[in-house]
Write a protein that binds this ligand. Structure first.
Ligand code: ATP
Length: 296
């Protein structure tokens, strides 16, 4: 029998802008998505039914798990598959703005494609992913991408040069829907310079990339959860020049160009209630290596 092992990476948004609210209720977004080397470990092997196991108390093991839903979609397309056992070791914090659930779902599509030799095209997998959530398709493309529409229209971007992140997660979760419901686009910056940001990626301009971070959802989350505002301010006072909330929060990250700087900064954060992670950006080569197949 075979099994596949996948590193299911988290993402941060280096830029997250909402242009307007659409008639279907979703926001038209423009985001630069970046995968980072904070990951859940997923093992998938053939089984008599779909069975999901996780080691995190807040993550369901049943049909509510996005990984389960992904397996169900693959099985619907390929009814000859009896089932899979999916074991998820969670390292990405939950309801954190790091899209752990979406990443797990994409990993299951990719993993089952490999495990059963399904030879699904990129387009077929993306179509499946879009049914599971707006952030899922991104994890089937490139480690750095521009996301538009609801987040499902993706353009591959040049790999981000190596940047180091210190991620800090406060001791509570945030529901993405609540953040979007409380978003007032009056606070939108009229000029977010996404084109310049993409150019900076092409030129590997670390200075611009770290300075021009932007996330419009901060205007909503920081009002709903002032703790996140105070956390950002504390990190700035401690010497972090470039601090941004990821996705809908509450995780915030500080960016550094060297590992040493990031490591030293992470050691300064001593509050017990905070979870602190040191991570770096992922490039195309590492991304390709995230899935491996073994005989068991
Ligand atoms: P996003 O920014 O996409 O909303 P997030 O990091 O804020 O992501 P997740 O950690 O992905 O949020 O989880 C959001 C909810 O999804 C949680 O309430 C969790 O119970 C549920 N969930 C379902 N499947 C998973 C999974 N495989 N891993 C984590 N959470 C999951």
């Amino acid at each position: 029998m075979k099994e596949v092992k996948i590193k299911s990476y988290a993402k941060v948004n280096l830029v997250l802008d909402c242009l307007y609210k659409r008639p279907d209720g979703y926001h038209e977004v423009e985001m630069i998505m970046q995968t980072i080397n904070l990951f859940d470990k997923i093992n998938i092997k053939p089984y008599k039914e779909i069975n999901v196991r996780t080691d995190h108390p807040l993550v369901p093991n049943d049909q509510r798990n996005l990984a389960y839903q992904a397996a169900l979609l693959v099985q619907k397309k390929y009814p000859e598959i009896k089932g899979v056992e999916i074991n998820i070791e969670k390292f990405i914090p939950v309801e954190a703005g790091l899209a752990g659930g979406s990443s797990n779902a994409a990993s299951v599509i990719l993993g089952m494609n490999k495990l059963f030799g399904l030879s699904m095209t990129q387009g077929e997998m993306l179509e499946m992913a879009a049914k599971l959530g707006s952030d899922v398709p991104f994890f089937l493309t490139s480690p750095t991408a521009l996301a538009q529409g609801r987040g499902e229209k993706l353009t591959q971007l040049k790999d981000c040069p190596l940047l180091w992140l210190v991620l800090v997660k406060p001791p509570f979760g945030v529901k993405t829907s609540e953040v979007y419901q409380n978003l007032n686009l009056i606070h939108r910056k009229s000029q977010t310079n996404i084109k310049k940001y993409i150019k900076a990626l092409e030129e590997g301009d670390k200075d611009y990339l770290t300075k021009m971070l932007y996330n419009i959802l901060e205007t909503s989350t920081l009002k709903l959860y002032p703790e996140v505002y105070h956390l950002k301010e504390r990190l700035k006072k401690m010497g972090a020049k470039n601090v941004l909330m990821s996705g809908s929060g509450p995780t915030v990250f500080a960016l550094f160009s060297s590992q040493e700087e990031a490591q030293n900064f992470s050691l300064k954060i001593k509050e017990e209630a905070l979870q602190v992670f040191l991570a770096c950006t992922i490039d195309g080569k590492l991304y390709k290596e995230r899935i491996e197949e073994n005989a068991i």
